[in-house]
Design a protein around this ligand. Structure first.
Ligand code: PRP
Length: 210
């Protein structure tokens, strides 16, 4: 007998509303999710589905450890943290990109010195410049990375660009696109086998409502 209870980890914040809208569109009762207060575990009545809300990187951790069967997380987080899980579906929302950016008019590649790049995503940045065969110094920043080139901490940044407003309002511009980003559906590798039927049904419902 298949253990039917399914736990889904949702990324709090930017992706949250769009994910709840998607679950709503499927026909699930998302009233708890819409009116959650400070609660972190919500149920979808009648479906035997529990939803937990977590920070992006933690969604991967919960799915990897098998305490959540399914996760919704951005490709940015998957690229930075990796992990052992199945990446099943591109959900198509939460679209933005990783870009290399810096002060408007600067030529990032000019000169011979090693360039300094500030980022919240050191692994993505390392992989990108390694592929180019270019040695760079990477400085990890926790937020508002756009500040780094403005105060001359870095020659450039690798960061998420959505509308481009943050760059524009700070006199910065995209030098190069690094990678496209969107929300992805991920599934724990063991759940995929042990709860195959239930997960296949949910994935199908999600894909049909994108
Ligand atoms: C992200 C990113 C940029 C901004 C881009 O930051 O790091 O700062 O959004 O969006 P835009 O192109 O539409 O202006 P986020 O708000 O996630 O927070 P952070 O500054 O803490 O990284």
């Amino acid at each position: 007998m298949e253990n039917k209870k399914i736990r889904i980890a949702l990324t709090k914040g930017r992706l949250e509303n769009k994910t709840v809208d998607l679950l709503d569109k499927i026909g699930y009762d998302v009233s708890e999710l819409r009116d959650k207060g400070r609660r972190l575990i919500l149920t979808i009545p009648d479906e035997d589905i529990e939803v937990v809300l977590a920070k992006a990187a933690d969604v991967i951790t919960y799915v990897e450890h098998g305490v959540c069967d399914i996760g919704v997380v951005g490709k940015d987080t998957i690229m930075e943290y990796g992990g052992k899980f199945y990446e099943i579906t591109d959900l198509g929302f939460g679209r933005c990109k990783f870009a290399l950016a810096g002060k408007k008019g600067d030529d990032f590649y000019s000169g011979y010195g090693v360039k300094t790049v500030a980022t919240k995503y050191p692994n993505v940045t390392r992989t990108y410049f390694e592929a180019k065969g270019m040695d760079v110094d990477i400085v990890k920043i926790e937020g508002s990375v756009e500040l780094a080139p403005l105060v001359s901490l870095a020659d450039g940044i690798v960061d998420i660009v959505e509308t481009g407003t943050t760059l524009k309002e700070n006199g910065l511009e995209v030098f190069e696109d690094v990678a496209p980003i969107s929300a992805r559906l991920i599934v724990n590798t063991v759940s995929m086998k042990l709860k195959q039927e239930r997960i296949a049904k949910i994935v199908k419902q999600i894909e049909e409502n994108l």
